[in-house]
Design a binder for this molecule. Structure first.
Ligand SMILES: NC(=O)c1ccc[n+]([C@@H]2O[C@H](COP(=O)([O-])OP(=O)(O)OC[C@H]3O[C@@H](n4cnc5c(N)ncnc54)[C@H](O)[C@@H]3O)[C@@H](O)[C@H]2O)c1
Ligand SMILES: O=C(O)[C@H](O)[C@H](O)COP(=O)(O)O
Length: 371
Protein backbone atom coordinates (compact mmCIF):
# COMPACT_ATOMS: atom_id res chain seq x y z
CA UNK A 1 0.00 0.00 0.00
CA UNK A 2 1.35 3.42 -0.91
CA UNK A 3 0.60 6.18 1.57
CA UNK A 4 1.36 9.71 0.35
CA UNK A 5 1.52 12.09 3.30
CA UNK A 6 2.17 15.75 4.04
CA UNK A 7 5.75 15.81 5.33
CA UNK A 8 4.65 18.24 8.08
CA UNK A 9 2.45 15.59 9.69
CA UNK A 10 4.14 14.27 12.82
CA UNK A 11 3.85 10.60 13.80
CA UNK A 12 3.90 9.20 10.27
CA UNK A 13 5.76 6.17 11.64
CA UNK A 14 2.36 4.93 12.88
CA UNK A 15 1.41 4.38 9.24
CA UNK A 16 4.73 2.85 8.21
CA UNK A 17 3.64 -0.53 9.57
CA UNK A 18 0.89 -0.58 6.92
CA UNK A 19 2.73 0.33 3.75
CA UNK A 20 5.25 2.58 2.09
CA UNK A 21 4.93 6.13 3.42
CA UNK A 22 6.01 8.84 0.96
CA UNK A 23 6.32 12.28 2.56
CA UNK A 24 5.58 15.19 0.22
CA UNK A 25 5.44 18.98 0.66
CA UNK A 26 1.72 19.64 1.23
CA UNK A 27 1.65 22.64 -1.10
CA UNK A 28 3.35 20.67 -3.90
CA UNK A 29 0.85 17.77 -4.02
CA UNK A 30 -0.43 17.31 -7.55
CA UNK A 31 -2.05 14.57 -9.65
CA UNK A 32 1.31 12.96 -10.41
CA UNK A 33 2.27 12.81 -6.69
CA UNK A 34 -0.84 10.76 -5.97
CA UNK A 35 -0.99 8.88 -9.31
CA UNK A 36 -0.35 5.47 -7.70
CA UNK A 37 -1.24 6.19 -4.06
CA UNK A 38 -3.84 4.25 -2.08
CA UNK A 39 -3.99 6.58 0.88
CA UNK A 40 -3.55 10.33 1.10
CA UNK A 41 -2.78 12.10 4.37
CA UNK A 42 -2.93 15.90 4.35
CA UNK A 43 -2.96 19.02 6.44
CA UNK A 44 -4.82 22.23 5.67
CA UNK A 45 -2.60 23.48 2.83
CA UNK A 46 -3.52 20.76 0.30
CA UNK A 47 -6.70 21.18 -1.72
CA UNK A 48 -8.29 17.74 -1.98
CA UNK A 49 -10.73 17.59 -4.85
CA UNK A 50 -11.46 16.07 -8.27
CA UNK A 51 -8.59 18.01 -9.81
CA UNK A 52 -6.11 16.30 -7.49
CA UNK A 53 -7.63 12.83 -7.23
CA UNK A 54 -9.83 12.07 -10.28
CA UNK A 55 -7.16 9.86 -11.90
CA UNK A 56 -5.76 8.49 -8.66
CA UNK A 57 -6.53 5.14 -6.99
CA UNK A 58 -6.64 6.86 -3.55
CA UNK A 59 -9.47 5.34 -1.50
CA UNK A 60 -8.82 6.86 1.93
CA UNK A 61 -8.11 10.52 2.64
CA UNK A 62 -7.19 11.69 6.12
CA UNK A 63 -6.71 15.31 7.19
CA UNK A 64 -5.01 15.73 10.57
CA UNK A 65 -6.85 19.00 11.13
CA UNK A 66 -10.04 20.33 12.62
CA UNK A 67 -10.88 22.51 9.60
CA UNK A 68 -12.04 20.83 6.39
CA UNK A 69 -12.53 23.75 4.00
CA UNK A 70 -9.62 22.44 1.88
CA UNK A 71 -11.46 19.15 1.21
CA UNK A 72 -14.31 18.57 -1.24
CA UNK A 73 -16.06 16.07 0.99
CA UNK A 74 -19.08 15.78 -1.26
CA UNK A 75 -16.92 14.70 -4.20
CA UNK A 76 -15.06 12.19 -2.02
CA UNK A 77 -18.36 10.71 -0.93
CA UNK A 78 -19.75 10.59 -4.47
CA UNK A 79 -16.65 8.74 -5.64
CA UNK A 80 -16.72 6.32 -2.67
CA UNK A 81 -13.50 7.55 -1.14
CA UNK A 82 -13.37 7.36 2.65
CA UNK A 83 -12.58 10.57 4.52
CA UNK A 84 -11.60 11.29 8.11
CA UNK A 85 -10.41 14.38 9.92
CA UNK A 86 -9.65 15.25 13.52
CA UNK A 87 -12.49 17.15 15.22
CA UNK A 88 -11.34 18.84 18.40
CA UNK A 89 -7.71 17.65 18.09
CA UNK A 90 -6.15 21.03 18.84
CA UNK A 91 -9.07 22.79 20.58
CA UNK A 92 -7.12 23.09 23.81
CA UNK A 93 -4.12 24.69 22.08
CA UNK A 94 -6.40 27.25 20.45
CA UNK A 95 -8.10 28.04 23.78
CA UNK A 96 -4.69 28.61 25.40
CA UNK A 97 -3.77 30.92 22.52
CA UNK A 98 -7.01 32.89 22.87
CA UNK A 99 -6.53 33.25 26.63
CA UNK A 100 -2.98 34.53 26.20
CA UNK A 101 -3.99 36.87 23.37
CA UNK A 102 -6.73 38.35 25.50
CA UNK A 103 -4.49 38.82 28.55
CA UNK A 104 -1.80 40.44 26.40
CA UNK A 105 -4.21 42.96 24.89
CA UNK A 106 -5.76 43.72 28.27
CA UNK A 107 -2.36 44.22 29.86
CA UNK A 108 -1.39 46.61 27.08
CA UNK A 109 -4.66 48.50 27.42
CA UNK A 110 -4.62 48.52 31.22
CA UNK A 111 -7.92 46.65 31.50
CA UNK A 112 -8.90 43.61 33.54
CA UNK A 113 -10.03 40.80 31.25
CA UNK A 114 -12.34 39.47 33.96
CA UNK A 115 -14.39 42.67 33.82
CA UNK A 116 -15.12 42.32 30.10
CA UNK A 117 -17.81 40.60 28.07
CA UNK A 118 -16.83 38.17 25.30
CA UNK A 119 -18.86 37.02 22.31
CA UNK A 120 -17.93 33.53 21.15
CA UNK A 121 -18.84 33.04 17.50
CA UNK A 122 -19.14 29.31 16.74
CA UNK A 123 -19.87 27.02 19.67
CA UNK A 124 -18.21 23.83 18.44
CA UNK A 125 -15.20 22.07 19.94
CA UNK A 126 -13.05 25.19 20.18
CA UNK A 127 -15.75 27.75 20.92
CA UNK A 128 -17.24 25.76 23.79
CA UNK A 129 -13.87 25.32 25.44
CA UNK A 130 -13.08 29.01 25.00
CA UNK A 131 -16.49 29.93 26.46
CA UNK A 132 -15.94 27.64 29.45
CA UNK A 133 -12.47 29.01 30.13
CA UNK A 134 -13.44 32.66 29.73
CA UNK A 135 -16.33 32.14 32.10
CA UNK A 136 -13.88 30.52 34.53
CA UNK A 137 -11.80 33.69 34.24
CA UNK A 138 -14.83 35.69 35.32
CA UNK A 139 -15.82 37.18 31.98
CA UNK A 140 -19.42 37.58 30.85
CA UNK A 141 -19.82 35.08 28.03
CA UNK A 142 -22.30 35.43 25.17
CA UNK A 143 -22.56 33.09 22.21
CA UNK A 144 -23.62 32.83 18.58
CA UNK A 145 -24.11 29.70 16.49
CA UNK A 146 -27.02 29.82 14.01
CA UNK A 147 -26.66 26.17 12.86
CA UNK A 148 -26.85 24.91 16.45
CA UNK A 149 -29.67 27.34 17.24
CA UNK A 150 -31.57 25.96 14.23
CA UNK A 151 -31.09 22.41 15.53
CA UNK A 152 -32.18 23.46 19.05
CA UNK A 153 -28.89 22.29 20.59
CA UNK A 154 -28.35 23.45 24.18
CA UNK A 155 -24.79 24.75 24.54
CA UNK A 156 -25.36 26.26 27.96
CA UNK A 157 -25.71 29.82 26.63
CA UNK A 158 -28.54 31.65 24.91
CA UNK A 159 -27.61 31.73 21.25
CA UNK A 160 -27.76 35.22 19.79
CA UNK A 161 -27.13 36.69 16.33
CA UNK A 162 -23.67 37.88 15.34
CA UNK A 163 -25.01 41.44 15.11
CA UNK A 164 -26.24 41.26 18.70
CA UNK A 165 -22.75 40.22 19.80
CA UNK A 166 -21.01 43.21 18.22
CA UNK A 167 -21.41 45.19 21.43
CA UNK A 168 -19.36 42.66 23.44
CA UNK A 169 -15.97 44.00 24.55
CA UNK A 170 -14.28 41.03 22.88
CA UNK A 171 -15.26 38.91 19.87
CA UNK A 172 -13.52 35.58 19.28
CA UNK A 173 -14.15 33.61 16.08
CA UNK A 174 -14.43 29.81 15.96
CA UNK A 175 -16.40 28.99 12.81
CA UNK A 176 -15.53 26.86 9.79
CA UNK A 177 -14.90 28.68 6.51
CA UNK A 178 -18.01 28.18 4.37
CA UNK A 179 -19.33 29.80 1.21
CA UNK A 180 -22.87 28.54 0.91
CA UNK A 181 -26.02 28.39 2.97
CA UNK A 182 -27.65 30.86 5.32
CA UNK A 183 -24.76 30.62 7.81
CA UNK A 184 -21.92 31.07 5.27
CA UNK A 185 -18.91 32.54 7.05
CA UNK A 186 -16.70 34.10 4.34
CA UNK A 187 -16.43 37.78 5.35
CA UNK A 188 -18.76 37.15 8.27
CA UNK A 189 -16.98 40.14 9.75
CA UNK A 190 -17.37 42.54 6.86
CA UNK A 191 -16.73 46.27 6.84
CA UNK A 192 -20.02 47.27 8.48
CA UNK A 193 -19.67 44.80 11.34
CA UNK A 194 -16.03 45.70 11.93
CA UNK A 195 -16.95 49.39 11.90
CA UNK A 196 -19.80 48.71 14.33
CA UNK A 197 -17.31 47.11 16.72
CA UNK A 198 -15.21 50.27 16.71
CA UNK A 199 -11.84 51.00 18.27
CA UNK A 200 -12.66 50.15 21.90
CA UNK A 201 -13.35 46.51 21.24
CA UNK A 202 -11.08 43.50 20.78
CA UNK A 203 -11.17 41.00 17.92
CA UNK A 204 -9.42 37.62 18.01
CA UNK A 205 -9.44 35.46 14.89
CA UNK A 206 -8.05 31.94 15.15
CA UNK A 207 -10.40 30.17 12.75
CA UNK A 208 -9.83 30.95 9.06
CA UNK A 209 -8.49 34.18 7.54
CA UNK A 210 -11.32 34.87 5.07
CA UNK A 211 -13.90 34.94 7.88
CA UNK A 212 -12.69 38.53 8.43
CA UNK A 213 -12.52 40.96 5.50
CA UNK A 214 -8.81 41.72 5.88
CA UNK A 215 -8.82 44.79 3.63
CA UNK A 216 -11.74 46.34 5.51
CA UNK A 217 -10.02 45.62 8.83
CA UNK A 218 -6.77 47.19 7.64
CA UNK A 219 -8.46 50.34 6.40
CA UNK A 220 -10.46 50.74 9.62
CA UNK A 221 -7.34 50.23 11.73
CA UNK A 222 -5.50 52.77 9.58
CA UNK A 223 -8.27 55.29 10.34
CA UNK A 224 -8.18 54.44 14.05
CA UNK A 225 -11.70 53.00 13.84
CA UNK A 226 -11.07 49.25 13.95
CA UNK A 227 -11.01 46.83 16.90
CA UNK A 228 -7.73 45.97 18.62
CA UNK A 229 -6.97 42.78 16.71
CA UNK A 230 -5.09 39.56 17.22
CA UNK A 231 -4.92 37.49 14.04
CA UNK A 232 -3.53 33.98 13.77
CA UNK A 233 -5.04 33.44 10.33
CA UNK A 234 -4.91 35.56 7.18
CA UNK A 235 -7.13 35.93 4.18
CA UNK A 236 -4.53 34.96 1.59
CA UNK A 237 -2.13 32.63 3.39
CA UNK A 238 0.76 32.10 2.95
CA UNK A 239 0.74 35.81 2.05
CA UNK A 240 0.45 38.15 5.01
CA UNK A 241 -0.16 41.82 4.17
CA UNK A 242 2.51 43.90 5.88
CA UNK A 243 0.23 46.90 6.34
CA UNK A 244 -2.26 44.78 8.27
CA UNK A 245 0.42 42.95 10.27
CA UNK A 246 1.81 46.33 11.37
CA UNK A 247 -1.57 47.45 12.61
CA UNK A 248 -2.73 44.39 14.55
CA UNK A 249 -1.77 44.09 18.20
CA UNK A 250 -0.38 40.61 17.74
CA UNK A 251 -0.24 38.26 14.79
CA UNK A 252 1.03 34.75 14.15
CA UNK A 253 1.47 32.35 11.20
CA UNK A 254 -1.60 30.10 11.66
CA UNK A 255 -0.18 28.26 14.65
CA UNK A 256 -2.90 28.67 17.30
CA UNK A 257 -3.46 24.91 17.20
CA UNK A 258 0.22 24.00 16.90
CA UNK A 259 0.81 22.40 20.29
CA UNK A 260 2.66 19.09 20.42
CA UNK A 261 -0.52 17.46 21.71
CA UNK A 262 -2.72 19.15 19.09
CA UNK A 263 -0.61 17.76 16.29
CA UNK A 264 -0.24 14.32 17.88
CA UNK A 265 -4.00 14.10 18.48
CA UNK A 266 -4.60 15.00 14.82
CA UNK A 267 -2.39 12.21 13.52
CA UNK A 268 -3.75 9.75 16.07
CA UNK A 269 -7.39 10.46 15.19
CA UNK A 270 -6.69 9.99 11.48
CA UNK A 271 -4.70 6.83 12.25
CA UNK A 272 -7.59 5.37 14.27
CA UNK A 273 -9.98 6.11 11.37
CA UNK A 274 -7.51 4.57 8.91
CA UNK A 275 -7.33 1.37 11.00
CA UNK A 276 -11.12 1.24 11.21
CA UNK A 277 -11.33 1.67 7.43
CA UNK A 278 -8.91 -1.24 7.01
CA UNK A 279 -10.86 -3.34 9.51
CA UNK A 280 -7.99 -3.66 11.97
CA UNK A 281 -7.73 -2.77 15.63
CA UNK A 282 -5.49 0.26 16.24
CA UNK A 283 -2.86 -0.37 18.92
CA UNK A 284 -3.31 1.67 22.12
CA UNK A 285 -1.44 4.97 22.28
CA UNK A 286 1.09 5.49 25.05
CA UNK A 287 -0.02 7.32 28.20
CA UNK A 288 1.99 10.49 28.76
CA UNK A 289 3.54 11.32 32.13
CA UNK A 290 3.76 14.87 33.51
CA UNK A 291 6.64 16.98 32.19
CA UNK A 292 7.40 18.42 35.61
CA UNK A 293 6.18 21.06 38.01
CA UNK A 294 5.35 24.67 37.28
CA UNK A 295 5.72 26.56 40.54
CA UNK A 296 4.17 30.00 40.40
CA UNK A 297 1.67 31.91 42.49
CA UNK A 298 -1.25 33.50 40.67
CA UNK A 299 -2.55 36.58 42.44
CA UNK A 300 -3.58 38.64 39.42
CA UNK A 301 -3.93 38.52 35.62
CA UNK A 302 -0.30 39.51 35.16
CA UNK A 303 0.73 36.35 37.06
CA UNK A 304 -1.65 34.25 34.99
CA UNK A 305 -0.14 35.60 31.77
CA UNK A 306 3.34 34.93 33.05
CA UNK A 307 2.36 31.35 33.96
CA UNK A 308 0.95 30.80 30.44
CA UNK A 309 4.13 32.22 28.97
CA UNK A 310 6.32 29.64 30.67
CA UNK A 311 4.92 27.28 28.02
CA UNK A 312 4.39 29.57 25.06
CA UNK A 313 4.99 33.23 24.14
CA UNK A 314 2.72 34.72 21.49
CA UNK A 315 4.91 37.86 21.16
CA UNK A 316 7.75 35.61 19.93
CA UNK A 317 5.53 34.31 17.15
CA UNK A 318 4.62 37.89 16.27
CA UNK A 319 8.29 38.94 16.07
CA UNK A 320 9.17 35.97 13.89
CA UNK A 321 6.26 36.69 11.56
CA UNK A 322 7.26 40.37 11.30
CA UNK A 323 10.84 39.37 10.48
CA UNK A 324 9.61 36.90 7.86
CA UNK A 325 8.13 39.77 5.85
CA UNK A 326 11.67 41.04 5.25
CA UNK A 327 12.54 37.81 3.44
CA UNK A 328 12.65 37.93 -0.34
CA UNK A 329 10.02 35.18 -0.52
CA UNK A 330 7.84 35.94 2.49
CA UNK A 331 5.22 33.34 1.53
CA UNK A 332 7.88 30.61 1.68
CA UNK A 333 9.10 32.12 4.96
CA UNK A 334 5.55 31.84 6.35
CA UNK A 335 5.52 28.13 5.50
CA UNK A 336 8.96 27.67 7.05
CA UNK A 337 7.81 29.27 10.32
CA UNK A 338 5.07 26.67 10.44
CA UNK A 339 7.26 23.77 9.35
CA UNK A 340 9.96 24.57 11.93
CA UNK A 341 7.58 25.55 14.68
CA UNK A 342 9.14 25.14 18.16
CA UNK A 343 7.78 22.37 20.37
CA UNK A 344 4.96 23.86 22.42
CA UNK A 345 3.43 21.89 25.27
CA UNK A 346 -0.12 22.40 26.51
CA UNK A 347 -0.41 23.52 30.15
CA UNK A 348 -2.04 20.30 31.36
CA UNK A 349 1.18 18.43 30.58
CA UNK A 350 2.66 19.98 33.75
CA UNK A 351 1.66 19.86 37.37
CA UNK A 352 1.03 23.32 38.78
CA UNK A 353 2.01 24.13 42.33
CA UNK A 354 1.47 27.49 43.94
CA UNK A 355 -1.08 29.60 45.68
CA UNK A 356 -3.84 31.36 43.79
CA UNK A 357 -6.20 34.18 44.67
CA UNK A 358 -9.76 32.79 44.83
CA UNK A 359 -11.00 34.28 41.50
CA UNK A 360 -8.22 32.50 39.59
CA UNK A 361 -8.84 29.00 40.89
CA UNK A 362 -11.49 28.05 38.30
CA UNK A 363 -9.32 29.02 35.32
CA UNK A 364 -6.28 27.26 36.82
CA UNK A 365 -8.38 24.13 37.39
CA UNK A 366 -9.48 24.28 33.75
CA UNK A 367 -5.98 24.88 32.38
CA UNK A 368 -4.39 22.03 34.30
CA UNK A 369 -7.26 19.53 34.10
CA UNK A 370 -6.03 16.37 32.38
CA UNK A 371 -7.26 15.30 28.96
N1 LIG B 1 -5.76 28.56 13.79
C1 LIG B 1 -5.72 27.27 14.03
O1 LIG B 1 -4.67 26.71 14.24
C2 LIG B 1 -6.99 26.48 14.11
C3 LIG B 1 -7.03 25.34 14.92
C4 LIG B 1 -8.23 24.64 15.01
C5 LIG B 1 -9.35 25.04 14.30
N2 LIG B 1 -9.26 26.13 13.49
C6 LIG B 1 -10.46 26.58 12.77
O2 LIG B 1 -11.48 26.84 13.72
C7 LIG B 1 -12.72 26.35 13.24
C8 LIG B 1 -13.60 25.97 14.41
O3 LIG B 1 -13.07 24.81 15.04
P1 LIG B 1 -14.02 23.85 15.89
O4 LIG B 1 -13.22 22.68 16.27
O5 LIG B 1 -14.69 24.59 16.96
O6 LIG B 1 -15.05 23.43 14.79
P2 LIG B 1 -16.47 22.76 15.03
O7 LIG B 1 -16.88 22.20 13.73
O8 LIG B 1 -16.44 21.87 16.21
O9 LIG B 1 -17.40 24.03 15.40
C9 LIG B 1 -17.71 25.04 14.51
C10 LIG B 1 -19.02 25.65 14.96
O10 LIG B 1 -19.28 26.81 14.17
C11 LIG B 1 -20.68 26.86 13.96
N3 LIG B 1 -21.00 27.75 12.85
C12 LIG B 1 -21.04 27.48 11.52
N4 LIG B 1 -21.39 28.60 10.85
C13 LIG B 1 -21.56 29.58 11.76
C14 LIG B 1 -21.91 30.97 11.69
N5 LIG B 1 -22.17 31.58 10.53
N6 LIG B 1 -21.96 31.69 12.84
C15 LIG B 1 -21.70 31.11 14.03
N7 LIG B 1 -21.40 29.79 14.16
C16 LIG B 1 -21.32 29.05 13.04
C17 LIG B 1 -21.06 25.41 13.74
O11 LIG B 1 -22.46 25.20 13.92
C18 LIG B 1 -20.22 24.72 14.79
O12 LIG B 1 -20.91 24.58 16.01
C19 LIG B 1 -12.34 25.16 12.33
O13 LIG B 1 -13.28 24.99 11.31
C20 LIG B 1 -11.00 25.55 11.79
O14 LIG B 1 -11.17 26.15 10.53
C21 LIG B 1 -8.11 26.86 13.39
O1 LIG C 1 -7.90 23.23 11.21
C1 LIG C 1 -6.94 23.02 11.96
O2 LIG C 1 -6.88 21.99 12.69
C2 LIG C 1 -5.85 24.02 12.09
O3 LIG C 1 -6.09 25.15 11.33
C3 LIG C 1 -4.51 23.40 11.84
O4 LIG C 1 -3.69 23.72 12.93
C4 LIG C 1 -3.91 23.85 10.58
O5 LIG C 1 -2.58 23.41 10.49
P1 LIG C 1 -1.99 22.84 9.13
O6 LIG C 1 -2.85 21.73 8.72
O7 LIG C 1 -2.04 23.93 8.11
O8 LIG C 1 -0.61 22.41 9.47
Amino acid sequence: MKIVADANMPGLELFAAHGQVVPVDGRQMNPSTVADADVLLVRSVTRVNAELLADSPVRFVGSATIGTDHVDQQWLQETQRAFAHAPGCNARAVAEYVLQALLLVCQKQGRAASSLSIGVVGMGNVGRRVAQWMQALGMTVRACDPPLAEQGVDVGYRLESIDALLDCDVLTLHVPLTDTGPAATRHLLHHERLAAMGANRILINTCRGPVVDNRALESLLREGKGPASVLDVWEEEPHVPGDLLDRVMWGSPHIAGYSVQGKENGTRMVYDAFCKWRGIVAPEGQKATALGVLAQDVQDERDLLSLLQTAYRLPDDYSRLQESLNEENSAAAFDQLRKRYPLRQEMHRWLWQGSAAVPFRPILDALFAPG
